[in-house]
Design a protein around this ligand. Structure first.
Ligand code: TPP
Ligand code: SF4
Ligand code: MG
Length: 765
């Protein structure tokens, strides 16, 4: 076992070898530092930091209070609030998550509240791509945070310790980002040395000392008062001063860390640069790749080297000027463009730093490489060196800026051929007839027999990439069987989205839009309004009565966490559209983290089960009731296991979306992979979830609740325990020691069921 690996002494403190990825190394550092609070939200490729910490917590390895946020903006808020309380705070994110948190970052640095944020770098959308580049980290260059770069898992571990010390230094007091390359570093395991002397670690990181906190009743403080000029600019000059002081503090802490660990970090990593004529400047893992190429070119007699800043903020201008004193030409490679600036941020900043040295005459070539995870091989580094060598020899730069290894496509080629688009007439086959009952004002639906539905062509083509048994596709097929006419769908990020569109193919035979799952509802509401406005202006033909295009947003349950704000705004505006949620009870696309819809006690990768932790610690979100409280014309729940019930409801949904306003529907959707069942267990597991009243089938039509299936009334009521026993993710809840937890979920289910029943029996409630 690695944990019992031989003790090494690479520095004054005792350490052991371990074999860890960058994310695992960051999690280990968090454990060893003993942060008080972590606020987080999962996003690839940084999710594993929280997952690893959840597993460690379940096994009793640390006591960090881990708060699952409803999105990265919420996570940033949790972290800010926690840090105001005077303890140590941690977060980890990537890409869109970092951008979603961005608005909070200057608030935290501007009020000088230290914490540590690990960023596993990933390209920003759109289009969506989960792999590495530095476009995310470049967005935070102006956020006022210290930014440390970590080129391998060892550095990811080490920089977290340095980050705590640098950020909390009394002359600095700024939050700190530790950035390492998504997948390239976050997921690749390497040998690391980790500390094996908790007391020494404690002594190194010391106690956090805040001049004031929000938790000191004897000294109440106003944090973030409203501030105008001239105070604001004076405040900012202090923040600037803190960054300037960090220029001195960072090398001091790195030197202390060297004493402590034996590992020597400089603000700029300069490889064989002492006598170099030509340099390649790269960030993080690509710089490591290029070092081998340096050795090879040196063997050929070329004086080349690699430069790679370990610190991006404050930008190490003096060191760069010193290193480049005698460099004749350099390629600066950026894994992120500053569109229209003729160079990525690293290139622009190197050029700016050198421009201030009147004696410097280095020729700079700016190149964009490796976007969206495009590999960077030795051959690429060699090509960069050869370009710089030519510039050094000729004394001129032929191409100052270009994209490396990319081409802009061929307009004439057109889109990739797919299945032909489906025509409205092909799918308008009267499978459901919806009529309004004049007496009750409720809609009534008559369905054609199920066998006849199978003749309806599907708007979704076969060949998706979902797991065998995935419940989403039967659900969508059922909906498409009865929905009439033109449909435009917007899928929020999640399994349904990634399994149906992989460029250059699409499984959608109708118009499909993706937006990130925090904003799909708002996006679709905009399109709905454009549709009606253009009809009003006569720019697109008005459809015959009751044949309007139907707009449907498809979302997972996770999308109804992070996207709840946008969805509620859309609901309150009552746009004519449908939100259709497939609830698989977790963030499945990113590896089964808990969502707020995950029931109490369930095991997920961020609510692990062990001696110290027993699954999710709060009850499932009652999303249908939240939307019912928005007074929508129609709200329903359904399950793919009850196709006729679902098809009736989705037909009503289309009628309401065409005639009255917004509809919300939640469909319990089977996920064999993460529920840990057999692929063909859908019918049994879904039926039990419904029969035990965990997932009641009902509708709220114009404010009136109606149970559409009552297991009590037909003698089919089952115990919650029966359902929990059917899934690998919940079996632990039946253990004797979990009796109290089981009682809590049973009580909650019964309480919600009773309330529904009473509402159903009393239409005015
Ligand atoms: C702002 C932002 N944060 C996080 C993510 C990562 N992410 C993509 S899909 C997803 C989970 C989606 O869960 P859900 O909506 O339930 O759909 P499912 O994957 O279960 O089908 C997460 C966390 C992201 N893409 N953007
Ligand atoms: S993880 Fe679950 S929801 Fe996602 S594709 Fe697989 S079965 Fe479907
Ligand atoms: Mg989900």
């Amino acid at each position: 076992m690695l944990d019992q690996a031989p003790v090494t002494r690479s520095g004054p403190v005792r350490q052991v070898h371990d074999f860890k990825s960058g994310n695992e190394a960051a999690a280990l550092a968090a454990r060893d530092i003993g942060f008080h609070v972590m606020g987080y939200f999962p996003i690839t490729p940084s999710t594993e930091v929280a997952e690893t910490l959840s597993k460690m917590q379940a096994d009793g390895e640390h006591e960090i209070a881990m708060i699952p946020a409803d999105g990265e903006h919420g996570a940033a808020g949790i972290c800010y609030g926690a840090a105001l309380g005077g303890g140590r705070v941690l977060n980890a994110t990537s890409s869109q998550g970092l951008l979603y948190a961005l608005e909070q970052l200057p608030v935290q640095s501007g009020t000088r509240v230290p914490m540590v944020l690990n960023v596993s770098t990933r390209t920003v959308s759109g289009p969506l791509d989960i792999r590495c580049d530095h476009s995310d980290i470049y967005f935070v260059l102006n956020a006022g945070w210290i930014i440390l770069m970590a080129r391998d898992p060892q550095a990811a571990y080490d920089m977290n310790f340095a980050a705590v010390r640098i950020g909390e230094h009394p002359d600095v007091r700024l939050p700190v980002i530790v950035a390492y390359d998504g997948f390239l570093t976050s997921h690749q395991k390497r040998r690391i040395d980790r500390f094996d002397d908790p007391e020494a670690v404690k002594a190194f990181v010391g106690e956090r000392e805040d001049p004031y906190t929000a938790l000191d009743p004897d000294r109440p403080v106003t944090f973030g008062p409203y501030m105008n000029d001239p105070d604001l600019i004076n405040n900012k000059v202090q923040q600037h001063q803190a960054m300037e002081d960090a220029r001195r503090v960072i090398p001091e802490i790195f030197a202390e860390f060297y004493e402590f660990s034996g590992r020597d970090y400089r603000t700029v990593d300069a490889y064989r640069m002492d006598d170099a004529d030509v340099a390649l400047v790269l960030l993080n893992s690509a710089a490591e790749n290029a070092k081998g190429v340096v050795d090879q070119l040196r063997d050929e007699g070329h004086k080349v080297g690699v430069v790679s800043p370990n610190v991006l903020r404050p930008f190490p201008t003096d060191e760069i000027r010193r290193i480049f004193k005698n460099v004749r030409a350099a390629v600066v490679g950026d894994r992120g463009d500053s569109y229209g600036a003729e160079g990525g941020n690293l290139s622009l900043e190197i050029r700016a730093a050198l421009q201030q040295d009147p004696d410097n005459s280095t020729l700079i070539l700016s190149r964009i490489y490796g976007l969206g995870g495009k590999d960077f091989y030795d051959a690429d580094a060699e090509e960069f060196f050869r370009e710089a060598l030519t510039a050094a020899e000729t004394g001129k730069v032929d191409v100052p800026f270009e994209y490396h290894g990319a081409y802009a496509g061929d307009d004439a080629a057109g889109p990739a051929p797919g299945l032909p688009p489906i025509k409205s007439e092909e799918v308008t086959r009267g499978m459901a007839t919806v009529t309004q009952n004049p007496a009750t004002e409720r809609l009534e639906v008559e369905l054609k027999p199920l066998w006849e539905m199978t003749t309806t062509p599907s708007r979704i083509a076969p060949g998706h990439g979902a797991c065998p048994g995935c419940g989403f596709f039967p659900m969508l097929r059922q909906a498409y069987n009865v929905l009439e006419g033109n449909i435009v769908v917007l899928f929020q990020t999640g399994c349904a989205m990634v399994t149906t569109t992989g460029y250059p193919k699409t499984a959608h035979r109708i118009t499909y839009i993706h937006n990130l799952f925090q904003n799909g509802a708002a996006t679709l509401s905009g399109l709905v309004e454009m549709y009606h406005e253009r009809i009003r202006r006569g720019e697109i033909p008005a459809p015959p009565e009751n044949e309007d295009t139907t707009f449907i947003m498809v979302t997972g349950d996770g999308g109804m966490d992070i996207g709840m704000g946008a969805a509620l705004g859309t609901a309150h505006r009552n746009h004519r559209m449908i939100i259709l949620e497939y609830d698989n009870q977790g963030y499945m696309n990113t590896g089964s983290q808990l969502s707020y819809s995950t029931p109490y006690g369930h095991r997920t990768s961020t609510s692990e089960v062990g001696d110290n932790l027993s699954g999710k610690r709060f009850h499932h979100k009652d999303t249908p009731q939240i939307f019912a409280a928005c007074n929508l014309p129609y709200v329903f729940t359904a399950s793919e296991g009850y196709p006729e019930d679902f098809m009736r409801k989705i037909s009503k949904a289309q009628w309401y979306a065409r005639n009255e306003g917004m509809v919300y529907g939640k469909v319990l959707s089977f996920c064999p992979l993460n529920w840990r069942t057999k692929d063909d267990a859908a019918q049994e597991v879904l039926q039990t979830a419904i029969d035990c009243c965990f997932f009641p089938l009902y509708e709220v039509e114009k404010g009136h609740t109606l149970l559409t299936y009552d297991p009590d009334a037909i003698g089919r009521r089952r115990q919650v325990a029966d359902w929990l026993g059917q899934m690998g993710k919940t079996k632990h809840m039946l253990a004797k020691e979990n009796a109290e937890r089981l009682g809590m979920i049973e009580h909650e289910v019964q309480k919600r069921w009773q309330r529904l029943k009473i509402k159903s029996e009393n239409p005015e409630l």
